[in-house]
Design a protein around this ligand. Structure first.
Ligand code: GLY
Length: 378
């Protein structure tokens, strides 16, 4: 059995799914092809399609819509997701400003469309994005550069979610080059980003000529050497998926090691992650989004471990999901966004303790997994 749920958890997951359906059906009609990011007072005011077409989160709204279309067959989800996908063409056409997050952006828009409907134009968009990502590969350092400008050797752990686009391109084109690039990248990060205790650096700076590790700046966490919780989530889910796509045991072991660390840390705070597990005790900053992404990672791990181990990861995921559902979910269909209390980074105030679109995406994906109505978009 994919997820051997306890009866009480099954009933709970089914009830949450019903709430998601009511909420997103209304939200889809209201938000339409706007590209939402952070809701303020229950309203998605900003349209990233206008303010920042290359913003890394622009795929999560269509991703949620494709998940719901797959689960329900309701046409409004498909039509709205397709409209967003077309808007994203402006980013592909402009090119300037695009970064390694083309994975997040097009896996959940064009590639999702292709997976579900077989649309050839969407397949071309996905392959275009995959070539852009592969083009960022540095063969001396064996990594994909993350950002632009003067940051040729900068790599962030978030990239572990983007490389899934390359495994998709490998499969579609029957061309192993894409997987070679993705695996080299995952191997380099495994060496320099994931620490022995299962915590992770957010950023590593490598010498772009030689690949030598130069420094590990703090990034979105508290500081260098700290432990930004969403970074650990990206590693859990990213390495679990890399295992799915390659069968390489060291990736699953890495995902499990980071997962064990994450579960131990969030046990101390009732299943709600701090923004950074190694920040000073005060002030206390939370990030629900990191718990939602980690939950999907734990569910992914549960699919690849022996029967006797499944419950451990499944229970871990449910603990994170239930904690957020009990305290921080808004189910009013008249209001935009579900998961409150997300934080973009430790240092920034404007996106602290707010509902962020990816918190909703990962909640929806996790619940759909539990009720067996999901589609793997990674
Ligand atoms: N990829 C950036 C973040 O997780 O905030």
């Amino acid at each position: 059995m994919r997820y051997p749920l306890k009866e009480a958890d099954k009933i709970w997951a089914e009830a949450v799914y019903q709430k998601i359906e009511a909420k997103l059906s209304a939200e889809c009609g209201r938000v339409g092809s706007k590209i939402p990011y952070i809701a303020k007072d229950g309203v998605y005011q900003e349209d990233k399609g206008i303010t920042d077409i290359v913003w890394w989160t622009n795929g999560f709204w269509p991703g949620m819509l494709w998940q719901m279309y797959h689960a329900t067959g309701e046409e409004q989800y498909r039509q709205t997701a397709e409209a967003v996908e077309e808007r994203l063409d402006k980013a592909l056409d402009t090119y300037t400003g695009l970064h390694h997050d083309v994975g997040f952006m097009w896996l959940h828009s064009a590639v999702a469309n292709y997976r579900i409907t077989g649309n050839e134009r969407s397949k071309a968009r996905g392959l275009h994005a995959a070539h852009l990502l592969a083009g960022r590969y540095n063969p001396r350092g064996r990594f994909i550069r993350s950002w632009n400008r003067d940051r040729a050797g900068w790599v962030i752990v978030d990239s572990m979610m983007n490389i899934q686009l390359l495994f998709w391109a490998r499969d579609v084109l029957q061309d192993p080059r894409f997987a070679f690039v993705a695996e080299d990248h995952a191997d380099t990060l495994m060496k320099y980003t994931v620490r022995r205790d299962g915590s992770c650096n957010h950023i590593i700076v490598l010498d772009p000529q030689s690949g030598e590790l130069l420094e590990t700046p703090g990034g979105q966490g508290y500081g260098s050497g700290s432990s930004w919780s969403r970074g650990q989530s990206w590693a859990i889910y990213g390495y679990a998926l890399a295992y799915r796509h390659t069968g390489r045991e060291e990736y699953l072991d890495t995902a499990k090691r980071v997962a064990h660390y994450f579960m131990a840390q969030t046990d101390r705070t009732g299943g709600i992650p701090l923004v950074d597990f190694r920040a000073p005790k005060e002030p206390v900053y939370w990030d629900t989004t990191s718990g939602m992404c980690a939950a999907c990672g734990l569910l992914e791990i549960a699919e690849h471990v022996p029967e006797s181990e499944k419950e451990f990861y499944l229970d871990g995921a449910i603990k994170l999901l239930r904690a957020v559902e009990e305290k921080y979910c808004c189910w009013d269909p008249e209001k935009d966004s579900i998961v409150a209390m997300g934080s973009g980074s430790y240092a920034t105030e404007h996106d602290r303790h707010v509902p962020i679109i990816y918190g909703d995406y990962y909640l929806v994906e996790a619940i759909l997994r539990l009720v067996d109505k999901d589609i793997l978009l990674w």
